[in-house]
Write a protein that binds this ligand. Sequence first.
Ligand SMILES: Nc1ncnc2c1ncn2[C@@H]1O[C@H](COP(=O)(O)OP(=O)(O)OP(=O)(O)O)[C@@H](O)[C@H]1O
Ligand SMILES: [Mg+2]
Length: 229
Amino acid sequence: MKEKILEMKNLVKTYTMGDEEQVVLKGIDLKINRGDFLSVLGPSGSGKSTLMNIIGCLDVPTSGSYYLSGERIEDLPETALSHIRNREIGFIFQQFQLLPRLSAQKNVELPLIYAGVPEKERQLRSADILKRVGLAEKMKNRPNQLSGGQQQRVAIARALVTEPTILLADEPTGALDQQTGHQIMELFKELYQEGKTIVMITHDGDVAKNGSRIVRIVDGNLSEGVYNA
Ligand SMILES: Nc1ncnc2c1ncn2[C@@H]1O[C@H](COP(=O)(O)OP(=O)(O)OP(=O)(O)O)[C@@H](O)[C@H]1O
Ligand SMILES: [Mg+2]
């Protein structure tokens, strides 16, 4: 049996603006097993980023339950959430979110600094993982000395270096041209084949097809899509 690492039950997220209430996630049920490569496909405004923020413990649901690695998340205070976030989640964003004044290697070392890993080990682990994503020659470059695809590889290395439970990517190819985006998807597929668990948010059906499993979110409702694998 596959190991379940994430479960949401009847999860609801409501935003209140003045006296207007908007229900953005309308009772989401979702299970993710270790080793899944899940694509969450949906149009603009459907609630994808809201869902990603909850999966990534950046926000909490209004009601319903959310379990991550067996822990019940929805009632935890921010300090506990930030611990879980650092341990369990590797974030990958559309705009890479690298620190411009730091080298590729220093960017990858950052989460290890937060985790209290000593310097020598940080250097070894960041160098290893940058080699893994094909950037052995570029470790000393700053982000503006790298192409978009290379910057996204640095961001992927930064997400991988702490060995998180889930890689969580919001439109990871959204800022890249088609060919570069394709190369990044090839890297995701390799990581999937190595056993990594990936959740990827996208509005692009062709990008979503790279996943082993697709769910669709439309107007805050989630439904299981087709299985590729
Ligand atoms: N902090 C917030 N306060 C109030 N409303 C919000 C907030 N965040 C999102 N919303 C609303 O929730 C809905 C879903 O937004 P969300 O960002 O999750 O969509 P999305 O699917 O990620 O869209 P996109 O593809 O454009 O990124 C939108 O109607 C948005 O206006
Ligand atoms: Mg979004």
